[in-house]
Design a protein around this ligand. Sequence first.
Ligand code: BGC
Length: 718
Amino acid sequence: MNLRIAAPSLALAAAIGGLLAQSPPQARHEPWMDKNLPPDRRADLVVEQMTLDEKLLLVHGAGGFESAGAISNGGAGVIAGIPRLGLPAVQLADSAVGVRAAAARGRYATLLPSTIAEAATWDLKLAYEYGSLIGRELRDQQYNSSIGGGVDLMREPRNGRNFEYQGEDPILAGKMIAQLIQGVRSQKVIGDVKHYAFNDQETGRSIGNVKLGKRAMRETDLLAFEIAVTEGQPGMVMCSYNKVNGDWACENRYLLTDVLKKAWGFQGFVLSDWGGTHTTTKAALAGLDNEEPGGHPADIHFGDALKKAVESGEVPLARLNDMVHRIVRTEFAAGIVDDPPLGRVVDPFRGAETAQTISEQASVLLKNADNQLPLNAATVKSIALIGSHADTGVLSGGGSAQVDPPGGGSSRYGGRPVWFPSSPLKAIRAKAPKAKVEFDDGVNAPVAAALAKRSEVAIVVVSEPTSEGRDMTTLTLSDNQDDLVSAVAAANPRTIVVLETGGPAAMPWIGNVAAAIEIWYPGIKGAEALANILFGDVNPCAKLPATFAKSDADLPHPTIFGGGLRPSQPRGAPPAFDIDYTEGLKVGYKWFDAENKEPLFPFGYGLSYTTFAYSGLKASAESVSFTVRNTGQRAGAEIAQVYAGLPAAAQEPPRRLVAWEKIQLAPGGSKTVTLKLEPKFLSIFNEQKDDWELLPGEYRFFVGGSSRDTPLSATVNR
Ligand code: BGC
């Protein structure tokens, strides 16, 4: 939501200061404060005590940012507390890649690498650490709930928010976000998942109507959400702005009640995206529990209008009680009532260390002709570093996922790209102190090429700023960066391209460069992580969580739906438009496989400075085991992937990811792993039965280092 708010007044700042210096809650002895009771029982007991007005207070926010007044901790929203009953305010802070709205109050938060980078680690423990860091820094800043957790699938590689999501595969995305949410929850902060569902593009996000059949819904984006909800146990699910099959997501009974609450057993509460509530009765009956950001009760759907609807019986009191129960049971379950955050100074060093590790594990080596990388710090004499403000910093993604830059300045919406102070130039100079390292801004390609020509090695950093609220119109890099790379590559055969993007980019020059590495938006220690990889102190091991297409023409939809519509939330009443996902089940690599199209780089792809060999596949319907050996000279990690081809009767795309393992190996070392296969991941969704079904027949398993490089295969009948 486009909220631009002036800096808080001194008086307000003083009031907030008082709020931050909160002391531990006084011991209370009401029955619902008994920590030994289950959260649902405690919620029942306290909801019984509430007046109708108190109940209504909980089902809408009190305003966004400072508009909520002194009860706000500075975040995007706040649900008022009920002090007489000992219920705290729920302080909601955007926190997709770190805590937003921190610097607005002079507070610091760690900028992590984007979540698309976290997904590229394929590392469940790192996903948990990612979430724990966010949870810890939220708590430090006295927020008790997170609104990060984005897991919309990358159906549309030009979506401006792909950097805050987890890639194109529902199982990888779901497993990773579930761990991230667990990490947030480990800090006694309410975790969430968003934007439910199919908010897979920003263009016309609040008027577009997604069309998709039930089977395709359940097996693609909704499978990611299902894993997130059942394994991550978030307390909140944020419904999205768009329509799905004719109904707004925030009043879509199928999504909110039939699937989320009934089929998946979600016990927490559904909150609307900011301004995403359109009606009172329809939304309440469909399953929406909380309207955000709220504001004056008379102006909103879940304020006075809901009161009237309850009083007239249009919305049964039992439904209001259920909404309130869900919110309060979430507060008890998360621990924010018994153990509220008291505030601490964020530890920037600890945060930076985690950010750097994740970036090192997330950077994908795409090309390394003749082992150009790693560079030898002892022998390299001169390096040209070109483009993308690489003398100064690293790029971050924009919109509500933006972490405020250290040193002041809020990053609110709609702003220009923000570069964080982690300088590739300095980091490279520190690694190779004897080399002459010169920077050129890349604005003038011939000038940059001339510098490249007189240098031993040329490193070109290309970048693509992306943000909430707008999509890219094309996979082609902006600002003639392709011409820049081509000019530099023509001048110097040892040209290394570093990409700072929020998702896939086309690379028409890839055949002419020596090496390429995708570092995404790499976070507050992105430059240091990059230097460690360039000079071989870290051996890259990440794999792409999304297909990189050669060009827009190869995508299921060569132009984006509603193209030309912007900003994303037009005023007035523009005609709604359909987002007809005719590709159905064939999202990402499944499309490329089914259509026999050659991608630029396939899903699951990524190189290492060492090599791996696979052998000894044994497969059954329950598990697969195989051996991976490090056949090179360096220690390294391989992310070994298992894909399944379902029986022909299933009418599925050729293969789907069903399991993976990150295996760390010393040179010459080998390891045999056995990976369990979850029956659901081998199943299809049967619309007639409205359930998952594991079909009998022939299953083929493929094992290897990417979706298109699977040296082992086996057939199993079940
Ligand atoms: C975004 C959400 C965000 C909310 C609050 C919305 O515009 O879509 O992701 O959490 O604003 O800032």
